[in-house]
Design a protein around this ligand. Structure first.
Ligand code: 5RP
Length: 292
């Protein structure tokens, strides 16, 4: 070896100095493996502890939704402002520049569409998820529906594969037409996801008692935005969710269907990461929107 003769004797053993311990910043996830924590730290900002995810996976069950007809035109300009994108592998490969270097929450289950009975889904291929460097595997979990058992089996299988390869599982609580999105139901659905191995959970905000949903879920929750609301109301929804314990948002329509999507995602970031009030964030939205 080149340094055989000039090797400097080791002397700095730090005797008496305790070994540094690195706690993990996300709730309930102290004991997951290193690769899992690395991926989670790409999805959630370790400084703020929160995430702004941009969901544009709607087409996998709904076809070309308003705002997603030409994702290359409408979604690509938003990617820089998201901490993580949530999409199908088709959208990822066709319109997301790999150079954007974003965390990807990959739609990892697929099956029926809005034309038939939703949620009769199977899993994708783990090798393909690894190939696209997925930071999370997103699985539909339809608690209380006809496909409850099947979708929970999908979650369990995904969590096992995720643990094997260090990829977090995102349990997505699907709400069937027949189910009410109240705190009682959402608490049950989120808890079922967490207990069966979801690393984090995506659900809807409930008008009342949302804090019960976040408190009774042992892992982080991110909220979907749901149907398009006026911009100020969407910012209020995000604000309320964060105040009541959500660890972030995974919003789609309230961003890409906004009058000015680039301004909207920045306003959402101000609420989620900087704790700005809805009114402040709306002022920011208006300012950015009006810049020519
Ligand atoms: C459906 C999903 C969608 O990605 C999500 O609901 C879309 O977000 P938004 O409701 O904000 O449009 O997970 O199960």
């Amino acid at each position: 070896m080149a340094d055989k003769d000039s090797n400097k004797e080791a002397a700095d053993y730090g005797i008496g100095v305790p070994v540094t311990k690195h706690g993990f910043f996300l709730k309930g996830l102290d004991h997951v493996d290193w690769g899992m924590k690395d991926r989670l730290s790409r999805i959630f900002n370790p400084k703020s502890g929160y995430t702004v995810m941009l969901a544009f996976d709607h087409g996998y069950i709904m076809g070309p939704t308003s705002g997603l007809e030409r994702m290359d035109l409408t979604i690509t300009p938003l990617i820089d402002y998201a901490d993580c994108i949530m999409c199908s592998r088709g959208a990822l490969r066709s319109i997301v520049p790999p150079t954007s270097n974003k965390a990807v929450s990959l739609r990892y289950s697929a099956g029926t569409t809005v034309l038939t009975d939703l949620n009769d889904e199977c899993l994708l291929d783990i090798e393909d998820a690894i190939r696209v460097n997925a930071s999370a595997l997103a699985i539909m979990v339809a608690v209380g529906s006809k496909f409850e058992a099947k979708t929970i089996q999908n979650l369990v299988r995904t969590a096992d594969l995720g643990n094997k390869y260090g990829i977090p599982t995102l349990g997505v609580t699907a709400v069937g037409k027949e189910l009410v999105r109240d705190a009682r139901y959402l608490s049950l659905a989120c808890r079922v996801c967490a207990e069966n191995g979801a690393t984090f959970v995506k659900t809807y905000f409930s008008e009342t008692d949302f804090e019960r949903v976040t408190c009774s879920c042992p892992v982080p929750i991110v909220i979907a935005g749901g149907k398009k609301l006026p911009e100020l109301e969407a910012l209020e929804l995000a604000y309320q969710a964060i105040q009541q314990g959500a660890s972030g948002v995974d919003m789609g329509r309230n961003v890409f269907q906004a009058e000015h999507p680039v301004a909207m995602i920045q306003a959402i970031r101000a609420v989620v990461h900087d704790g700005r009030t809805p009114k402040d964030a709306f002022d920011l939205y208006t300012t950015i929107k009006n810049v020519k």
